[in-house]
Ligand binder design. Structure first.
Ligand code: AKG
Length: 285
């Protein structure tokens, strides 16, 4: 087990709280990555080890991959990916960054961004994740994004807008938008803040974290190989359902089947990390 003290410092936590993102360390070895990439690829191809399809996918197995492949709750389909998304070290890092005592999975997202095609359709439009998650309160959720290959500006790494988690929820989020410049102008008009982005350049196996109100997105992949990643969308324990928001259609509302104010608990929202838990083989030092 990795020693958490060597992975994160108090100033890293302050950086995250101040700027809404943090580029974390490499957590996975090259041989672990090879295995994860293999299972990632199998799920993209529709080879579901568990026999259970993922919750949803933007491109069906066998279809031409000419835009980003986004598969939600891919861990339902593959036990290697299930183990991966329940990683307690990522859970503990997230708990420290968010300043909470426990972290549960909100849902995972497998991403495969193909090399640029004529349609340019590999970009991810600027958005705040909480735009899609307003059914969950408070807005202190966060995301761990694990690079399965080296990522940089050439293959369309994620880009963050520093400090934007302090700007409140803005009206323009659009994950699937391809015209990033027009979207940026619209966001700048609503926020009154012109912005510049910081690229999340990471070696394979490293993880970045971002707050659920941090504006982020990514440009097309100009390399000749796919950009592969696994995304862990995470919630502090105690994050609760709020009925009647624009995010009411979110799948997690149906998976919870709860009353207004109920916490998102239960088997669909597994615990990655809990402070002071005893007898748990996943305990992080
Ligand atoms: O991978 C990307 O380019 C975007 C990912 C994203 O939107 C997220 O992790 O919240």
């Amino acid at each position: 087990m990795l020693n958490i003290q060597e992975l994160i410092t108090d100033s890293d936590v302050l950086f995250y709280q101040e700027h809404g993102y943090w580029l974390g360390p490499k957590l996975f070895s090259d041989s672990e990555l090879e295995n994860i990439r293999d299972h990632h690829q199998r799920v993209v191809a529709g080879d579901y080890e568990t026999g259970r399809p993922p919750h949803s996918r933007s491109i069906q197995p066998g279809e031409t991959i000419d835009k980003i492949v986004k598969i939600d709750n891919s861990h339902w389909s593959d036990s290697t990916l299930a183990k991966f998304v329940l990683n307690p070290t990522i859970g503990k890092l997230a708990a420290q960054l968010a300043g909470v005592s426990g972290i549960r999975l909100w849902h995972d997202q497998l991403l495969h961004k193909p090399p640029q095609t004529n349609t340019n359709a590999g970009a991810v439009g600027w958005h705040q994740d909480w735009h899609y998650w307003q059914c969950a309160e408070p807005a202190n959720m966060l995301t761990a994004w694990v690079a399965l290959v080296d990522v940089d500006t050439r293959n369309g790494c994620m880009e963050f807008v520093p400090d934007s988690h302090k700007w409140g929820l803005l009206p323009d989020s659009d994950f699937f938008a391809q015209d990033l410049d027009t979207l940026q102008k619209s966001i700048e008009k609503h926020s009154g803040k012109p912005f510049e982005t910081v690229p999340a350049i990471l070696p394979a196996g490293a993880v970045s974290f971002h707050h659920c109100l941090t504006i982020h997105g990514s440009r097309p992949n100009l390399s000749d190989a796919p950009r592969l990643s696994m995304v862990l969308h995470l919630q502090p324990e105690g994050t609760s359902y709020k009925r009647g928001t624009p995010a009411e259609p979110h799948a997690n509302v149906r998976l919870l089947s709860g009353e207004d104010g109920d916490p998102f608990t239960g088997p669909y929202f597994p615990v990655l990390y809990r402070n002071n838990s005893t007898g748990n083989p996943w305990d992080v030092e």
